[in-house]
Design a protein around this ligand. Structure first.
Ligand code: NDP
Length: 482
């Protein structure tokens, strides 16, 4: 087999086949290999004329067909199959060659793999890919980690296939080892929050205002012309306008209300807990999906028939219009909090793992190709570029003003939802996060007192340096310098 391909793809299921075709569409000569030959044959039969493919039926032939330094992109099942494939390739490749894992890996796995492969003299790049199968084919947003040296080789290849936002390719070198998969993980966490916020908005209109799915679809269509313009708002309008073919009812009424998940949201929250970063909105979004799927628990609660409001907001015609506007403002403010929390997690991890992550560049590559693509990411990029969002996105004047303007609406939405019995976990927790940040004094002082009382955990004082403990059980409760 002569070396002729500048890039190769291993694993030709939905994602790998789409990525290989995208590469071929953009002038790359693409080596392809799949464990089961049938997938390779199917790709060649159905799409072989779309560009330059070099099919192989053994991994050795696949590696031999690549021009050094060889670049092999792995798109196989996450977990053990990915480890097996990385090792099999590393056995056949040469020092300086590049193995890219473009699957959905958990970043500690990527860090471990990078270390192992680096020890063998090869480059290992964990690359987050967002946009699903269609994105992989037509232009994904990509988040590669790994060395600067490997980025120099990968840059033209990945830029050729990435989505373009305002003419710029949606790919950038995120940072060393696991940084790419970390940022992709947080992207998914923000996506969970964004989706839950949209769902809460829908619920407020559907149950709260008694609007039809179609009417709410129209509202989202309008909102997509505002600062909320985004892919998720756009597809929400489509989903709500869809009729079920068999019953003629809105499809959303026929779909079982159990939200699934594959684990990236959970990883985002678990990691945030380890790093000590409060990503409250993302956590509530993950838990809301969890609750939705707790069939026995929900059926049990239905059977008990708890007394309480039924979710109807009972507003006059005039109040309804202004409440829909309130929901729009609450959605925008909460969405800003979701991004602020997500970026906060990235910043904290960057310090922990010594990654140099350009947050403005991250915001820019999320403008196209990925699920959370949105107009306001331009504003986020500007906020980071100007240095105004170094501590928190909420501190940048543009977002400070946006939240302040939305604030009264946001509070009305959360208050009404609580009063009338509509669950709004992400609206409410985002508002609490904001109020927690703003507070001059937090009740954490009381918690420190309690901790010192039962566990002698000590506390600090506001008026002098040092660590103190109160002898709570003794008369007069004397304080000692602990
Ligand atoms: P799957 O996750 O369904 O994996 C199927 C592919 O893995 C097939 O090519 C299969 O080969 C190969 N494979 C499985 N086990 C092995 C093994 N032990 N050795 C060699 N090859 C093996 O495919 P997808 O295309 O859905 O996803 C690929 C990767 O991309 C996954 O990591 C996924 O998490 C990630 N991803 C998926 C997205 C999506 O929207 N689907 C979005 C972003 C990332 P064979 O044909 O021989 O069975």
């Amino acid at each position: 087999m002569t070396a002729q391909a500048n890039v190769g793809v291993v694993g030709l299921a939905a994602m790998g086949a789409s990525l290989a075709r995208n590469l071929a569409h953009h002038g790359n000569t693409v080596a392809i290999y799949n464990r089961t030959p049938k997938r390779t044959d199917t790709l060649m039969e159905q799409h072989g004329d779309e560009g330059a493919f070099v099919p192989s039926y053994t991994l050795q032939d696949f590696v031999d067909s690549l021009i050094p330094p060889r670049t092999a992109i792995i798109m196989v099942k996450a977990g053990e199959p990915t480890d097996e494939m990385i090792n099999a390739l590393a056995d056949l490749m040469q020092p300086g060659d590049i193995i890219v894992d473009a699957g959905n890996a958990y970043f500690p796995d990527t860090m471990r793999r990078e270390k192992e492969i680096r020890a063998r003299g090869l480059h290992f790049v964990g690359c987050g890919v967002s946009g699903g199968e269609e994105g992989a084919l037509k232009g994904p947003s990509m988040m590669p980690g790994g060395t600067e040296e490997s980025w120099q080789t990968l840059k033209p290849i990945l830029e050729s296939i990435a989505a373009k936002a305002e003419g710029e390719p949606c790919v950038t070198h995120i940072g060393a080892n696991g940084a790419g998969h970390f940022v992709k993980m947080v992207h998914n966490g923000i996506e969970y929050s964004d989706m839950q916020l949209i769902a809460e908005s829908y619920d407020l209109m559907r149950r709260g205002l008694g609007m039809s799915a179609n009417e709410i679809g129209d509202v989202f269509e309008q909102w997509n012309k505002s600062e909320l313009e985004s892919y998720l708002i756009e597809i929400t309008a489509d989903v709500l306008h869809e009729q079920d073919k068999t019953t003629g009812k809105p499809l959303v009424d026929i779909i079982l209300d159990h939200a699934g998940m594959k684990g990236t949201g959970t990883w985002t929250v678990q990691t945030a807990l380890s790093l000590g970063v409060p990503v409250t909105g993302i956590a509530e979004a993950v838990f809301a999906r969890g609750l939705s799927s707790q069939t026995a628990l929900r059926q049990g609660a239905q059977a008990i028939d708890f007394a309480g409001p039924d979710g109807s907001l009972q507003l006059s015609e005039q109040e309804r219009e202004s409440f829909i506007e309130d929901i729009r403002h609450a959605l925008y403010a909460s969405k800003i909090v979701a991004y602020a929390q997500g970026f906060n997690e990235i910043t904290t991890a960057a310090q922990e793992y010594d990654w140099k992550i350009d947050l403005a560049a991250v915001a820019r590559i999320w403008r196209g190709g990925c699920i959370i693509r949105a107009k306001f990411l331009n504003r986020i990029a500007e906020a980071f570029e100007s240095g105004q969002a170094e501590t928190s996105l909420l501190f940048a004047p543009y977002f400070k003003e946006a939240i302040e303007q939305a604030q009264a609406s946001w509070r009305r939405v959360v208050a009404r939802a609580a009063q009338y019995g509509i669950p709004t976990p992400v609206f409410a927790s985002s508002l609490s996060y904001f109020d927690g940040l703003r507070a001059d004094r937090l009740p954490a002082a009381l918690i420190q007192g309690q901790r010192d009382y039962f566990g002698a955990h000590t506390y600090q004082r506001v008026d002098k340096e040092g660590t103190f403990h109160t002898l709570w059980a003794e008369e007069g409760r004397p304080e000692i310098n602990a």
